[in-house]
Each structure stands twice: as C-alpha cells, then as structure tokens.
Design a protein around this ligand. Structure first.
Ligand SMILES: *[C@@H]1O[C@H](CO)[C@@H](O)[C@H](O)[C@H]1NC(C)=O
Ligand SMILES: *[C@@H]1O[C@H](CO)[C@@H](O)[C@H](O)[C@H]1NC(C)=O
Ligand SMILES: *[C@@H]1O[C@H](CO)[C@@H](O)[C@H](O)[C@H]1NC(C)=O
Ligand SMILES: *[C@@H]1O[C@H](CO)[C@@H](O)[C@H](O)[C@H]1NC(C)=O
Ligand SMILES: *[C@@H]1O[C@H](CO)[C@@H](O)[C@H](O)[C@H]1NC(C)=O
Ligand SMILES: *[C@@H]1O[C@H](CO)[C@@H](O)[C@H](O)[C@H]1NC(C)=O
Length: 700
C-alpha cells in the first residue's frame, strides 16, 4: 500500500559523499524505486502525522498520505464506505467543500551557512508527486503557490519562508471543491476554449458535473458510464521535503530511451542497427561544471554487462543528457507474453563530477530497470506485397515488436480503484496475472483515468503485458487558452519522460474516442488539432524515439508524416477510398435484438473497444450491496448502474440538446433503469431465463 512508504533515511559516510538520502520515488519497493541516489537531504512526508480539517473546522481527524479526503473520512468513521449501497447519494457535502491537510515539518535543518553543516547556502524545497487538484500550499503561514493539475509533479522553493519561520514549520495544503471551481472557470476568461460536447458545460441543468473538461483531473472522478461521481481531493501521491547545498543534486525525473540507431517514432526501424541508450536526467540543485554521465548495465543476476561513459553530454539549468551505442550482441531482447521471455536489465546512470578525470566522483545515480525491444504501431499504406497476399487495400493498423507483426490480444484497463491512493500492488499483480493467463499481451490504459504510476508498468514489464497509454483527454473538447496549453505541455513532458524506460510502454495516444466523435459532430476540431496534432505530439517526439504516437484512440491514420512540420501527422480523417480499411474501431451494441447480427459489427483493422453492457460478478455485488438488494432492479443495483442506454440520436428525455442541435449521450446517469433493461432484455432473448422463487438465486 502507499501508506507503508515511510522509509528511514540512511546516512553513509564516504570520501566523496557527505550524506546520501535513499529516495523512494513511490511506495513499491520495485526495481525502479529506492535506487535513485541523491546527496541532497530528502525527508519523506508520506504516512501518518497529518491532520485533515473540513472547511468550518467541525471535522478534524488524523490523516495518512498519500490519500484523498473520502479515505480519511471513512477511516475515522465520519462516513460509511462510499461504494456501499446508496451511500454515495449522501456524500455531496464531502465533494462540495474545502479540505485542508496539514502537519509540522520538524526534521528540516535550518541555519544555512552558520548552521554548522556543510557550509555554503542551503536551499529547501517541497516536491509534490501529485496534488488532486485545486490546491493552495501554505508554509510557515505564507502562501507558497497554487496548483491545478493532478497529473504534474511540482517543486517549490521555500528557502526564504523557512529562514523567517517561527516555531515548528507548518505545511498546509488546502484543496478547493472541483465542481464549483470548474463552473467558475467556465464563466471566466478561459471559457472560449471549452465546449464539452458530451455534457454541455453550464447549459446542462441536469448535470452539475459537466464542466470537468476545465479540470486537469481524472475525468471519471466526475462520473462515467462505469464509475460513481464522488470527486475526491487530496495529496494523492507522496510529498518530500528536500534540502540541497552546493554541489548537491536532487533527481526529479529521468527519461531513458532505448532505440535502434536511426529510429524515429511511428516508423519501423532497421533491426540490424546497434541500440542507442539515451539518458536525460531532470534535477534540482547545483550541477558541478564539467559533469559527465556513466552507464552501468547489469543483468537480472547482477552481473555487469557493460560500464561506459556516455557521449554527447550536455546540460541546462535542470537537465543533463547523454547517449551511447550498445552492440546488439551484448543484450537479449524483451518480448511480450507468448512471444519470448521478458529479459530485463538494471541500468544505472551516474552523474559524475568532472569529466572522468582522476578524483571525479558520483554525485547522483538514477537506476531504472530496462528492456531492449522495439515497438511500433505500423500505419503505412498496404503494400503491393500485402495486396498479393490477399490483404484488403487501405492502410496497416498493427503493432510490430522487434520487427515482428503480432496480433494484439487484450482488454481495456480503467483505474484500479476509484480512490487511486488505495490501489495496491497485490490487486494489480493478480489482475495482470489473469491477463497473462488469458494469453493476452496488451492492455489499453483508457483515458480518462490517470497516467499510471511506475509500479504498474513494473508489473507489466515483468509479465510481458504491453500498455497502450493515453493522454488524459476524453470525449470532450478541451480548452486551448494559454493557461491550459501550458498545463498540457507540463503534464505531457513529465509523464512521457517518467515512463519511457519501461519496455511494456507500447504507444502514446492523444486521448479517448476523439477523432471518431469529431467526424460525427462538427464540434471542437480546432481544439483537437491544436492539442492532439500539435502540442502533445511535439512533447512525445521531443522525448522519445522509441514510441509511436497517434492523436486519438480511434484513428484513420495519416496521409503524410513530416517531422519538420508543426503538425507532423496529416490526418486522413474520412478521406477513405470506399471498400478499403484504414482504422481501428470502437463500437457498442445497445439493442439486444441485434446482438448476434454480425452485419452490425464495425469493420476495421483493430478493435479498441466493443461489447454489450453487462453486470459485475456476484462476488463484486456482495461487497457493495446489502443482501436484501441482491436482485436485478434493486435500489443498489439500479443506483450503481451508470450506463443510461442513450446513444447518438437518443430521445430528448435521455439526452441533452447542444446548440448545434445534436443530441448525444449523457456519460454518467445514476439510477438508470434503461441500462438495466438492456441487460434483462438480452438475457430474456438469448439465455435460458432463470425463474427461481428466490430473487437472489435468480440474480446469481
Ligand atoms: C541496480 O544497480 C544499482 C547499482 O549497482 C543497485 O544499487 C541496485 O540495487 C540495482 N537494482 C536492482 C533492481 O538490482
Ligand atoms: C460545518 O459544516 C458541516 C457540513 O460540512 C455542517 O454539517 C455543520 O453544521 C457545520 N458546522 C458549523 C459549526 O457551522
Ligand atoms: C476554500 O478555502 C480558502 C481558504 O480558507 C478560501 O479562500 C476559499 O474561498 C474556499 N473556497 C471555497 C469554494 O469555499
Ligand atoms: C449555451 O447556450 C447558449 C444559449 O443557447 C449558447 O449561446 C452557448 O453557446 C451555449 N454554450 C455551450 C457551451 O454549449
Ligand atoms: C536524448 O533525449 C533527449 C530528450 O530527453 C533528446 O532531446 C535528445 O535528442 C536525445 N538524444 C538522442 C541521441 O537520442
Ligand atoms: C472506419 O472505417 C470504416 C470504413 O472502413 C468506416 O465505415 C468507419 O466509419 C470508420 N470509423 C471511424 C471511427 O472513423
């Protein structure tokens, strides 16, 4: 669990390291955590010692971070299990107010030059790995800053505040209520950017959660056709206090890119080329002049495969970058489940003071577990050779690993818990083991949940499950005012760099179902082309050569790829030759009578999502519903069903009218009987209907 992340700091004495902090980047003691080494002083503020207060102070309870307010309220008995029965109906008061997390930070060293430790000026920072979402940060009674993006890592310099602090330094995080805040934004100067074409923001009197496109916050927190709308808030990832003196560094992030020499994103590489290992390390602090980089590569038994200086090293105020070539014969390939073994290596990159001269020493170390593989989404036109094999004309839409085309077998992954801080290692390991045992090799990390933590990619690396990953944009037109574009760039840079070392990373897609909806509705194309075809693609192409990018989970591909253009991919959109195939598909059936009519199935090269509404297992219901509610149309079952049954062209009553005169589905409809009826209709039509006297037995 996140909560067990409180780790002691080790102090090592050595000729060149005055002090080492072993820095946990997350809670899982996996291969990518616990091994970044800094000479800065790092204080992990995760765990107990925090207090959570409601807006008027009537609730004041102990809290343990990472967390969200519902978890602490539940743990302290102030609310029942938010997922049980009809409990979620009575919790709007939790969502609609301010919550403040605070604690004293006694461990900070003060005194600077005359404080007697290591001389020189000492700077103090807070590093927040995740704040959900509209946060005002106060330290020593003064405002440090405000944040509004749960997907970013933030670093704040509090050196001056600390030097004038009286008494125990207090850190306080105020989380504002996302629902009224998004409505306020939508009425302010940023409103021109946002047209939410699913739930029309502000015009939609039925749905106060409909302005979610204005929040850089997990969109299903506001409800989806599978999730409740609880709108959690809180410090959902760890927090560190970091103190840095002269010639000391703190590692914030690192981009490790392994690709075949000459490889560029989206195009199949030449498999005969050597590997290029490129490391780019983001830090806070004072990089000594003339620093260099050294890679040590070890196999899973700890045997050293190579140790070499990186070349082409260059640095800026907070990044140092370099690369080397690796002879393919020195390493084995990583393969997905069913195609070979998942060979992993331990890559350790040392930042050395001095360019390798006598006496240069390691200032900081980044360790990442890596694999050697190429993965490409091939969207090239169908070749003459393929036509001769009887393949339908159009364009390819398939993945290739290490030069081999393969059939992606998989499923979609929604968040492992509606409260992410509670999601645990054992649960995800069990889930991914089921995925592996079902002979799957890929999961689509659906947007809009969140960018996954590294520990989840670690599990996928080990089990050989590719993770098709998406930027957090889903079924809406997102604002494109400067304030928002800056947020998109910051979150994309951080997350693309953070997860690039994982061999299980398969793809970056710009969002969920965007092109498909734009082709159906004449709305939001400028926003889509700016965000998905210009801004995000630039962030991907600047930070990785090994991963392909597509602007949307459903995509008809591109007719031109030009890396020198501000819009490198020219989308094909609907300019298709009839009878040819160019795309991946996403389609659901809502009509039980058509369930087995294959003519109604969409035809494409790749199926992202398809299916028919169903119920969770009886075991899941038993956790969430009182026994008296274990029947099909019970209050709990109907309440927990969020699928309205409305589709494009739905009836007035089921849907909302946009100014364009189009009717579209409402994403989250609590108490929806129509969705339940789709299930019961299909059951009566296609399955032997149970007719037992006991309604629970029928339900089972
Ligand atoms: C990777 O190598 C570094 C440096 O030798 C070591 O500290 C770390 O424990 C190793 N990690 C793993 C997962 O073996
Ligand atoms: C504080 O707020 C809660 C709702 O969050 C309310 O029930 C309670 O009455 C308030 N108490 C005071 C003293 O205003
Ligand atoms: C939340 O709390 C802050 C600080 O007390 C206050 O300025 C702000 O108005 C509050 N927001 C709401 C929506 O109540
Ligand atoms: C809301 O409705 C008004 C008046 O009908 C219209 O002018 C405006 O464009 C609508 N806004 C959105 C976001 O649909
Ligand atoms: C290494 O990665 C950085 C971005 O992290 C990029 O700017 C640079 O071009 C890459 N260099 C090579 C040789 O791949
Ligand atoms: C995919 O292509 C087919 C024709 O091959 C077309 O009918 C369908 O509308 C396309 N789907 C999307 C989402 O663009």
């Amino acid at each position: 669990m996140w909560k067990s992340a409180v780790l002691p700091l080790l102090s090592l004495a050595g000729p060149s390291f005055a002090q080492f902090g072993w820095h946990w980047g997350g809670w899982r003691p996996g291969p990518n955590f616990g091994h970044d080494r800094n000479n800065a002083k790092v204080i992990d503020l995760s765990g107990d010692g925090w207090t959570l207060k409601s807006q008027n102070g009537s609730i004041s309870i102990p809290a343990s971070i990472p967390t969200q307010q519902y978890l602490d309220l539940y743990a302290s008995g102030n609310i029942g299990d938010p997922l049980y029965g009809l409990n979620n109906d009575n919790l709007d008061w939790v969502r609609d107010q301010n919550w403040t997390y605070s604690r004293g930070v006694q461990q900070l060293r003060t005194g600077g030059p005359r404080g007697g430790w290591r001389g020189g000026q000492t700077s103090t920072y807070f590093v927040f790995q995740g704040l959900d979402t509209f946060t005002t940060i106060t330290f020593c009674g003064k405002v440090v800053g405000a944040t509004e993006n749960m997907y970013r890592q933030y670093t704040f310099d509090v050196t001056d505040l600390l030097s004038s602090c009286r008494g125990t330094p207090q850190l306080s995080l105020n989380f504002g209520p996302a629902v009224p805040i998004t409505h306020a934004i939508s009425n302010g100067p940023d409103q021109d950017g946002g047209v939410n074409f699913i739930d029309s923001c502000n015009n939609d009197t039925n749905n106060e959660l409909s302005c979610k496109a204005y929040a850089r916050k997990e969109q299903n927190d506001f409800g989806w056709d599978w999730s409740p709308s609880l709108v959690p808030a809180g410090p959902w990832r760890p927090i560190y206090a970091v103190q840095i003196s002269q010639n000391e560094l703190y590692i914030n992030n690192a981009a490790i890119d392994i690709y075949r020499k000459g490889q560029v994103p989206n195009l199949p590489p030449d498999q005969s080329q050597p590997w290029v290992f490129n490391a780019s390390i983001d830090f806070t602090g004072d990089l000594p002049r003339g620093s260099s980089l050294q890679l040590t590569l070890a196999d899973s038994n700890g045997r050293r495969v190579l140790q070499r200086r990186l070349s082409g090293v260059y640095s800026s105020a907070n990044t140092i970058t370099g690369n080397i070539q690796i002879d393919p014969s020195t390493v084995s390939l990583w393969w997905p489940n069913g195609m070979g073994s998942q060979t992993l290596y331990n890559a350790t990159v040392d930042i050395l003071s001095g360019g390798g001269r006598f006496g240069s020493s390691s200032i900081a170390t980044v360790s990442r577990r890596v694999g050697f593989r190429t993965i490409v989404l091939n969207l090239n036109p169908i070749s003459e050779e393929q036509l001769a094999q009887g393949i339908q004309d159009g364009a390819n839409w398939h993945f290739e690993v290490n030069g081999q085309e393969f059939y992606a077998k998989g499923a979609n992954l929604v968040p492992a818990d509606v409260f992410w801080p509670r999601a645990d290692d054992q649960f995800v390991t069990n889930l991914f083991t089921l995925v592996k045992n079902a002979n799957m090799n890929m999961l689509r990390v659906w947007s809009s949940g969140t960018y996954l933590d590294d520990w989840i990619y670690d599990i996928a690396d080990e089990l050989g499950i590719f993770l098709w990953s998406e930027f957090q944009f889903s079924d809406a037109t997102y604002p494109i005012t400067e304030r928002y574009i800056e947020e998109y760039i910051a979150e994309a840079y951080y997350n693309v760099r953070r997860v690039n070392s994982h061999p299980s990373l398969a793809l970056w897609a710009g969002g969920n179902e965007l092109e498909q909806i734009i082709l159906q509705l004449p709305l939001g194309i400028d926003n889509y082309e700016m965000i998905q075809l210009q801004v995000l693609i630039a962030c991907v192409y600047a930070n990785t050569r090994s991963i392909s990018y597509i602007p949307s989970s459903t995509y008809n591909g591109f007719t031109n790829l030009d890396f020198n253009s501000v819009r490198p991919q020219t989308p094909r959109y609907a300019n298709r030759t009839p009878g040819n195939f160019y795309n991946d598909t996403d389609s659901y059936q809502y009509d039980a009578t058509e369930l087995f009519n294959l003519n109604t199935y969409s035809k494409g090269r790749f199926a992202d999502e398809f299916g028919y509404i169903s119920l969770p297992s009886i075991q899941s219901w038993e956790l969430e519903a009182p026994e008296s509610d274990l029947y099909v149309e019970s209050p709990t079952v109907v309440n927990h069903n969020r699928h309205s049954g409305a589709v494009f062209g739905a009836t007035e009553q089921q849907s909302f009218r946009l100014n364009a005169g189009l009717r579209v589905l409402a994403l989250s409809q609590p108490d929806s009987l129509s969705g339940i009826h789709q299930i019961t209709d299909a059951t009566h039509m296609w399955l032997p209907a149970p007719d037992l006297p006991d309604s629970r037995a029928n339900f089972r």
